[in-house]
Design a protein. Structure first.
Length: 283
């Protein structure tokens, strides 16, 4: 793809002198762009049918800004060119993770989770990856988790013959127990898609990006950090220094991760179903 033709109109008055492709994204084409002012930017490009995804990402990033000590990439611009949408963000310079990173990341996430609202949900539907994420506001975590997170994706998996009738019965039994499983807590501002690939250490401290925000149970973010990676005890020391987790979080972690596992099953197929079935049978 000739990236220049999409990018040049987005930088009126400035010249693009270097474009480097960045690997790792499975949804968007991503680039490090250097301008003649020596400013370095991070740029995402996708087809115009992903416009709302970029609009929601812009809203989420701007909402997260200033809500904690975690570094959030600033939104520089959003533009449309020739059936393409372009999201331009501040470039964050990556550095090695160390012990200080783990502690400060935990502390920053606790700060984020202390932001609250009167409801579980969000101001509109948004996206987790390329999948639409439903966020109808609810008064209780149980109602929100069941109706907006689990039920819609369980239905998709059943309709695609990835889950059977016995699995549906197991989920229905689980729904009745959700209120007894999770400790009662106020809605917390969540990143929403906080696997380890969406956080990193930068020269300015721990950063998070690619959010799928909503107000939910804070254990959802922490559980997801342990789904495709892990965090150290220093992370928990930092987190608990500001906002101690309730006892037995580890026993609730798998229930939290039913949602991202269902998301992956819908997006990528049957490989994630076995883990889902193990969890619902256990509970």
């Amino acid at each position: 793809m000739n990236t220049n033709r999409y990018l040049y109109p987005c930088f009126s008055g400035k010249s693009v002198i270097k474009i480097d492709s960045i690997s790792g994204g499975c949804i968007n084409q991503t680039y490090q762009v250097t301008l003649n002012t020596q400013e370095i930017l991070f740029v995402k490009i996708n087809s115009s049918n992903q416009k709302d995804n970029f609009i929601q990402e812009k809203f989420n990033l701007e909402f997260l800004k200033g809500k904690s000590s975690l570094k959030i990439p600033a939104v520089i611009d959003f533009c449309e060119e020739e059936q393409k949408v372009v999201l331009i963000l501040e470039y964050l310079e990556k550095t090695n993770e160390n012990k200080d990173f783990e502690f400060l990341f935990g502390k920053g996430l606790a700060e984020l989770h202390k932001n609250t609202e009167q409801f579980f949900g969000w101001y509109q539907d948004n996206y987790i990856g390329s999948l639409e994420q439903h966020n109808k506001q609810s008064k209780t975590w149980t109602e929100f988790f069941v109706t907006q997170r689990l039920e819609p994706l369980v239905k998709v998996c059943f309709d695609r013959n990835m889950l059977g009738k016995s699995d549906i019965r197991n989920f229905e039994h689980l729904y009745l127990e959700i209120e007894n499983i999770f400790p009662a807590e106020p809605p917390a501002l969540l990143h929403g898609d906080l696997w380890t690939g969406n956080r990193m250490n930068t020269v300015h401290g721990p950063a998070i990006f690619d959010p799928a925000c909503y107000f939910g149970h804070r254990e959802m973010d922490i559980a997801m950090l342990n789904l495709f990676g892990s965090v150290s005890e220093l992370f928990y020391e930092g987190y608990n220094s500001l906002y101690p987790l309730e006892k037995n979080f580890v026993h609730r972690r798998d229930i939290c991760n039913l949602y991202p596992l269902l998301v992956h099953a819908v997006l990528f197929g049957y490989a994630y179903i076995y883990d889902i079935q193990l969890i619902i049978k256990k509970f």
